[in-house]
Design a protein around this ligand. Structure first.
Ligand SMILES: [Zn+2]
Length: 417
């Protein structure tokens, strides 16, 4: 089984030892470019496997351990991965499929990252997991740390609230509140350097992306999609993008399958974003995505960063893909549409791919015959605000059936006729 041998810069390819997993590329930094590192192996990942052998293994992310940094026998797992791929032909977006990552153990795609990162933390003997995420990444780190028997610190900031913080506390994380967001990174950085904390989240700026060992877990999204399409993957794969961890991981996964000859072609990747940072860099050709300030926060808090990452650009350029900036109005409309017409309730950021696909179909960038997979990343209960404001309040009824019929008609426009 291939084992991690070094880390390499996602942009320039410079190699580093494995314990540099929490640093940016030093060579790129000299050019003021912040680039993440990615895991290299001592042999071709997957070379000991066959498509039929891996498909026959029990359903789990870890059936792909021939491509991953640790063996399934060492895995910290809660049953992540193997999420449903649903055909969604009825939304007017052509041949559309939804990969529903809200079905993971903590109801978000971050479980793929946390399972792989916390597994490696345990392999190297880490004593504590640290995360500066008040969102899905923090909740997922907390759950997998609990499963691993490791303490977990999550830094959050004054004013942060909601189901995600409750979720972290439910998994026993030590949730610490700081005065402002910048303090989170300062304190986590000090803990990493002085106390040997194991970081699963970004903790310095400009952000490069997450822990490289964690990002290996995202490769399995590509493997599952390729397998589900009988090794003839779709023409396009569209993801909500903040720092592009899942997008980069999926690209790497598809590239590995192509190198093995398991698939002939890598899908074109699309980053559905809020800030427009990646789209701007794709237009200008620059190496470092610009910071783009917004006047107001987006409803898509999971992807609300003002600056994209180099790893996202590498994957988009490498796959012939593109980036689309979407608006809050589009997100809200697609959250409601997905829930009420398809039975899939997602948090606002997860609706970003639908909005991007709508635009790319309209302009002809995505051809009518092209098959498209949209990744929805997290469940609607994580952030119910869109539905609370978009769906009418439930009417109170007392009395007889005639009042029920009246309420159904007046509030919901429903009639038995
Ligand atoms: Zn570099």
């Amino acid at each position: 089984m291939p084992r991690p041998s070094s880390l390499a810069c996602v942009r320039c390819g410079a190699h580093y030892p494995l314990d540099h997993y929490d640093r940016a590329c030093a060579v790129c930094a000299e050019q003021h470019i912040a680039a993440n590192l990615t895991v290299c192996y001592d042999a071709v990942p997957g070379r000991d496997l066959t498509r039929s052998a891996v498909s026959a293994r029990p359903r789990s992310l870890w059936r792909w351990d021939g491509f991953l940094p640790a063996a399934a026998t060492d895995a910290v797992t809660l049953g992540e991965g193997d999420t449903p791929l649903l055909a969604v032909p009825g939304l007017g977006l052509g041949d559309l499929w939804i990969k529903d990552e809200s079905r993971n153990p903590t109801w978000s795609f971050k479980d793929r990252l946390a399972s792989s990162a916390v597994t490696m933390a345990r392999v190297v003997g880490a004593k504590l997991i640290a995360s500066s995420s008040s969102g899905n990444a923090g909740a997922s780190a907390a759950a997998y740390a609990a499963k691993a028997g490791l303490p977990c610190i999550v830094f959050t900031f004054k004013g942060a609230a909601g189901p995600l913080l409750t979720q972290m506390r439910a998994y026993g994380a030590m949730v610490l509140v700081v005065e402002n967001k910048d303090d989170r990174w300062r304190l986590q950085s000090a803990g990493v350097k002085q106390l040997g904390w194991y970081s699963t989240s970004p903790f310095f700026g400009p952000v490069i992306g997450s822990n490289p060992f964690g990002m290996e877990g995202y490769k399995t999204i590509a493997y599952e999609i390729a397998e589900a399409f009988d090794w003839d993957p779709p023409e396009w794969f569209v993801l909500p993008v903040c720092y592009g961890d899942a997008l980069y991981g999926a690209w790497k996964g598809f590239e590995e399958l192509k190198a093995l000859g398991w698939i002939k072609r890598v899908p074109r990747l699309v980053a559905a974003e809020i800030s427009g940072s990646i789209a701007a860099a794709m237009r200008s050709g620059e190496a470092m995505p610009p910071e783009i300030q917004r006047n107001a926060p987006s409803i898509a808090t999971s992807i609300g960063a003002n600056q994209g990452t180099v790893q996202t650009l590498q994957a988009l350029r490498g796959s012939g893909g593109t980036a689309v900036a979407v608006t809050d109005d589009e997100l809200a409309r697609w959250v409601v549409t997905l829930g009420t017409r398809e039975g899939i309730w997602v948090e606002p950021s997860s609706a970003a791919p639908l909005a991007a696909i709508e635009r790319l179909r309209a302009t002809g960038t995505i051809a009518p015959k092209d098959r498209v997979v949209a990744l929805v990343t997290a469940a609607g209960l994580k952030d119910a605000s869109v539905i609370e404001s978009a769906v009418p309040p439930s009417p109170a009824v007392k009395g007889g059936l005639s009042e029920v019929i009246k309420a159904l008609h007046e509030v919901y426009g429903f009639s038995h006729d």
